[in-house]
Design a protein around this ligand. Structure first.
Ligand code: FE2
Ligand code: FE2
Length: 184
């Protein structure tokens, strides 16, 4: 599947506003790849597909997590997390993506994890700060992203963690590990 075919198929999987978000992530991720020295083609591929499973029904995602042996502990946490590992599965099996680092960038774009690759960091950060995003702290993240990838990503995880604390929700351990690992 070439780039244009992939874009057409992804676009059909989501409402217009999520496609606009995806385009924002693609553009931001490519910009960050140039800024911090990573391959813009692989970064863009991960960005195109990162939210491919976002609009799957919850039950379909849960079934796939169980059937495909994806980490079952996900089911104990916010379902917002589920589309990332499900999306990586879809990218591999329905879009023919073979590059395991691209698949990992999709898999960990919401949670992060300890020892993230530069590709993972860029996709995760682009998802936080694409031009359509508007939440408390996003300007700080954008400002930090001008010079320091890790500091900008820590600020992103801070915003997620503080949001979850305020809402009284549980924090997925990988996000804490991702933040700790960036601060080490
Ligand atoms: Fe996402
Ligand atoms: Fe996203």
């Amino acid at each position: 599947m070439n780039r244009e075919q992939m874009i057409g198929k992804v676009k059909a999987e989501m409402p217009e506003r999520r496609w606009l978000h995806t385009q924002g992530v693609m553009e931001t991720a490519v910009l960050l790849a140039h800024r911090f020295g990573d391959d813009p083609v692989r970064v863009e591929l991960a960005a195109i597909l990162h939210d491919v499973a976002k609009y799957w029904p919850t039950e379909r995602m849960a079934d796939m997590i169980r059937e495909q042996g994806l980490p079952a502990e996900l089911l104990l946490y916010d379902k917002e997390l589920w589309h990332a590992p499900v999306g990586a599965w879809v990218a591999e099996h329905e879009y023919g993506v073979k590059d395991s680092e691209v698949l990992d960038a999709i898999r960990y774009h919401t949670s992060g994890r300890r020892g993230m690759t530069k590709l993972e960091k860029i996709v995760c950060l682009a998802d936080y700060m694409e031009p359509g995003r508007d939440f408390p702290g996003v300007d700080k993240i954008r400002e930090l992203s001008e010079r320091n990838l890790d500091e900008a990503l820590v600020a992103g995880f801070n915003s997620t963690i503080m949001f979850l604390v305020e809402k009284g929700k549980r924090i997925f351990p990988l996000t804490l590990e991702a933040r700790n690992s960036l601060l080490e």
